[in-house]
Design a protein around this ligand. Sequence first.
Ligand SMILES: Cc1cc2nc3c(=O)[nH]c(=O)nc-3n(C[C@H](O)[C@H](O)[C@H](O)COP(=O)(O)O)c2cc1C
Length: 236
Amino acid sequence: MRACTLMEKRKKGRGRSSPALVLLALTLLGGTAIAQELKQIALPAPQTHGGKPLMEVLSLRATDRAFAADELSAQTLSNPLWAAWGINRPKGALRTAPSAMDWQEIDVYVVMSSGAYIYDALTITLKPVAAGDYRALTGVQDFVKDAPVSLVYVADAARMKVNISDTTMKAAMALKESCKWADSAVISENAYLYAASEGLATGVRALIHRPALSRLLKLNPEQSITLAQCVGFPKK
Ligand SMILES: Cc1cc2nc3c(=O)[nH]c(=O)nc-3n(C[C@H](O)[C@H](O)[C@H](O)COP(=O)(O)O)c2cc1C
């Protein structure tokens, strides 16, 4: 794994990707995203010990918007995925982040240069979704395409079971809507804390090309993208 360094506060660029780039990505979406071309990736078991003390990590936590081109190793990818939304109590398949009613309705998709995958926390594998480099679709800002990995948080409303006899349909819908954002946010914060501990760069984003990315990830009407989060190495 790359050496951990104390990072200087990163310059905050907020450029948006050009319409031409977005158009190109949308055109490519037309027919090249064939999941079968991609192989499942078995990640190494996450390293669940060590790291900086919590108060130091909190002092370092920050949003980055400049990423080096370096790829993450399989281990350097497995670790933040586990920190974000891995299984820390195998009995009951409970997670590193809380979720309302333990719905566990969030799936973490991993978008990198080879393609888009879904993180399976039980088997610690990345399951193929679409081949091709669609990192630029995960956000409207220019730097998004530079990060080696974008995590995309997707909520599946079908897993959010509310007993309608306890509430109204409207209240149930509002509860589900707010909980999917809260549940995504705590996952994101876990990834932030891991990145701060290890000297990685990260930043969560709500500005996403949602319709195009939803198509790429083959989401059904019950599924919706909440947030995306770049993970990589800080640009020197
Ligand atoms: C829900 C949410 C959505 C965000 N969306 C974006 C985004 O789309 N683009 C971006 O550059 N930063 C985004 N951010 C990062 C914030 O701009 C950032 O947290 C804020 O400027 C404070 O900086 P800090 O995280 O370094 O403390 C988002 C943060 C949150 C919590």
